[in-house]
Design a protein around this ligand. Structure first.
Ligand code: MLT
Length: 263
């Protein structure tokens, strides 16, 4: 079922009397990236996913986004749906939102799942890459950027063996509003560094990372894992940055195992 909250497209699956899990997708994707997880979890959990402002079916508006405004959107969704202590699960950009949300309002969540993400802000080199991406989208349109960026997110084995699936994802993201995509680039470029507060995360946290993740490699996520007091780390075989799509069975296994230990 779809609902509009604060203009955003929010998708609800499962019984709302079950424990809630809220899913935050990566860039430049939308809620559909969690399909394989929600299919498995919806029988026992109330699964909430949404298209982050500017992506998928959520409006781009003026594209003036910040990580802070993304957390504001998340908070509005939590309040509107009256979600009590959901598990929060974010991948990459969704992880940046999750980490800032944990700084701002950790008490609203019962547990966190961080997939293929990092706590560090962009380096100067990273900021310049984002600026070059904006320039490229302005010059060439969204499709060439989407093709290159998305291809880089996946492991070579997926690129070679699942060409059709990859092309569908690229085609889908290429239909997004370029204003929204550029707004997300600016929000990521200007986000704060959340490394200092990892030690203050008191809720159970699962970290998941693809063994071949080129964007947020296991070495980066292991450093986060060592700083979060009650954390668990699972490396996903045969996957790059998009673990939930590339190896859904292993990701589902890790998530189900983690959830089974929560009270
Ligand atoms: C993502 O998957 O959300 C992006 O790779 C994040 C980023 O570009 O930093």
């Amino acid at each position: 079922m779809r609902e509009f909250i604060n203009g955003l497209s929010v998708f609800l699956e499962g019984n709302n009397s079950n424990k809630p899990i809220i899913f935050l997708h990566g860039f430049p994707y939308d809620h559909t990236m969690w399909h394989a997880q929600i299919e498995i979890l919806k029988d026992k959990y109330f699964c909430v996913s949404y298209d982050i402002r500017g992506l998928g079916e959520s409006p781009a508006g003026d594209g003036q986004f910040t990580m802070e405004s993304f957390v504001d959107d998340l908070e509005i969704i939590l309040n509107e749906l009256k979600l009590i202590k959901p598990v929060i699960c974010g991948l990459s950009m969704g992880g940046y939102i999750t980490l800032r949300a944990l700084e701002r309002m950790q008490d609203k969540f019962s547990a966190a799942i961080l997939c293929d993400t990092r706590s560090e802000a962009d380096s100067n080199e990273g900021k310049l890459k984002r600026a070059a991406a904006i320039k490229r989208i302005n010059k060439e349109g969204l499709a060439p950027f989407a093709k290159d960026f998305i291809t880089n997110c996946f492991a070579d084995s997926f690129i070679h063996n699942k060409k059709d699936e990859l092309n569908k994802i690229i085609e889908h993201s290429s239909t997004f509003n370029p204003v929204g995509v550029k707004g997300c680039l600016l929000a990521m470029l200007s986000r704060t560094d959340t490394t200092q507060t990892l030690t203050e995360i008191k809720i159970p946290t699962l970290l998941v990372c693809g063994e071949n993740d080129a964007l947020t490699p296991p070495s980066v996520m292991k450093e986060m894992f060592h700083k979060i007091p009650d954390a668990e780390f699972v490396e996903i075989k045969n996957a790059g940055h998009m673990t939930p799509i590339e190896n859904p069975d292993e990701v589902n296994k890790a998530i189900l195992n983690f959830l089974s230990k929560l009270n």
